[in-house]
Write a protein that binds this ligand. Structure first.
Ligand code: CAA
Ligand code: FAD
Length: 379
């Protein structure tokens, strides 16, 4: 067992940390308040190679391992989870699936641009009546010669308006249940595709979450990924990797809140000494540090399994389940350690607390992670 990071992984951590401090931190409070998408920052993330980190260099990607990706997600999420969710979706939910299952033509046409961040991707599984119960897809795609006609509504889509390329899951044969679900690449400019309302959210307010409507959108057959009926497996496999990204995001939110709390506790004085000298605060810091370390080990283990080509479905569900709980607990305690200052925007921890909540909901709620894990352990 080797807990040592490689030279490359250490360099990624350094570069991501520097980027987060220099490029994400300035303006993060304003972007959150105004619910403004971090366009400028995402462009720079593309230039740094953060939007297609694991994609093969022959498709313009960074050719890095999943551990490096998790490290970068952690560092960016310490500061700005709205920017990091765009990165997570683009890397794990869009680029990964296209590279693994797309045709050469699809990769040349779409992946090469997604991997550089020149365009952004979105992953469209959830619907108004199909969130956790993802097999209940109502969106339909009907084959008409050389194209499909796509109809339906998707809900809560990250990068909803900022994306140009959308992976859309749709029912092609309802009689076959989840084995009749397929997946398509859809371009934003196509007729009948409407970007719906933007959600006004508790956290990750800089991220653009939208509903999407498809009204008789013509999708060429060559834009289907894999065979008909492959869509649900595609979604589940993609989410197995996506959950590593979100687990790393949760880890970063927790670690960011912890680092701020540690520094603050040494500066803030009460009853004649820094609050870090009061045992109640020391124990909070000890709990935070321990839980964050445990979460980090779960995240790296899941990433390592993926890099080794081993089964990582349950490990990624465990990492997401645990890291998101740690994010929530840690950020609540971080606000407590900051006292009244923690409750105002200037000190960052209230934003991290609001951002933490989503990690227990998207890419499968905590309850769904427990379903995935329990099915694994009972198998
Ligand atoms: N990996 C691979 N395959 C999986 C899988 C996994 N983790 N989970 C299920 N499957 C497969 C099953 O093996 C089964 O395949 P076969 O029939 O070929 O054996 C098929 O999927 C159906 O599985 P179930 O019978 O278990 O289906 P179910 O309806 O009982 O439950 C579920 C499935 C696990 C609950 C699934 O619906 C699920 O994961 N729901 C959560 C959806 C989700 O995570 N959405 C996230 C949207 S994207 C997002 O949120 C992005 C973002 O915010 C940034
Ligand atoms: P429901 O499925 O209605 O769940 C409601 C509650 O019931 C939850 O607590 C849930 O855990 C519980 N529950 C449901 N079924 C069970 C069960 N069998 N056992 C125990 N408890 C259960 N989706 C995308 O496809 N792409 C995206 O890019 C995307 N981005 C998102 C961004 C944001 C900000 C948000 C809020 C959501 C996003 N989603 C996205 C959707 C997200 O994945 C779903 O919200 C999530 O999967 C839960 O689905 P739901 O909201 O329909 O809740």
């Amino acid at each position: 067992m080797n807990f040592q990071l490689t030279e490359e992984q250490l360099a990624v951590r350094e570069a991501a940390r520097e980027f987060a401090q220099n490029e994400l931190l300035p303006g993060v409070i304003e972007r959150d308040s105004e619910a403004r998408f971090p366009w400028e920052q995402i462009k720079k993330m593309g230039e740094l190679g953060l939007m297609g980190m694991m994609v093969d260099p022959s498709y313009n990607g960074g050719g890095m391992d999943t551990i490096s990706y998790a490290i970068a997600m952690e560092e960016l999420s310490k500061v700005d989870a709205s920017a990091s969710v765009s990165m997570s979706v683009n890397n794990s939910l869009v680029c990964w699936g296209l590279e693994k299952y797309g045709t050469e033509a699809q990769k040349q046409k779409y992946l090469t641009r997604l991997a550089t961040g020149e365009v952004l991707g979105a992953f469209c599984l959830s619907e108004p009546e199909a969130g956790s119960d993802a097999t209940s897809q109502r969106t339909s795609a009907e084959l008409k010669g050389d194209h499909y006609i796509l109809n339906g509504t998707k809900n809560w889509i990250t990068n909803g308006s900022s994306a140009s390329i959308y992976l859309v899951i749709a029912q092609t044969d309802p009689s076959k249940g989840h084995k009749g679900i397929s997946v398509f690449i859809v371009e934003k400019e196509w007729e009948g595709f409407i970007v719906g309302k933007k959600e006004d959210k508790l956290g990750i307010r800089g991220s653009d979450t939208h509903s999407l409507m498809f009204n008789d959108v013509k999708v060429p057959v060559e834009n289907r990924i894999g065979e008909e009926g492959f869509g649900f497996t595609f979604a589940m496999e993609t989410l197995n990797g996506g959950r590593i990204g979100i687990a790393a995001q949760a880890l970063g939110i927790a670690a960011g809140a912890y680092e701020l709390s540690l520094a603050y506790s040494k500066e803030r004085k009460a009853f004649g000494k820094p609050i870090s000298q009061h045992q109640a605060i020391q124990f909070k810091l000890a709990d935070m540090a321990t839980q964050i370390e445990a979460a980090r080990l779960l995240v790296y283990k899941a990433a390592w399994l993926k890099d080794q080509g081993e089964d990582y479905a349950h490990a990624s569900a465990m990492a997401k389940l645990y890291a998101s709980e740690v994010a929530m607990n840690t950020t609540i305690e971080a606000v407590q350690i900051h006292g009244g200052y923690g409750y105002v925007k200037e000190y960052h921890v209230e934003r991290l607390m609001r951002d933490a909540k989503i990690t227990q909901i998207y890419e499968g709620t905590s309850e769904i992670q427990k379903i995935v894990i329990s099915r694994g352990v009972l198998k």
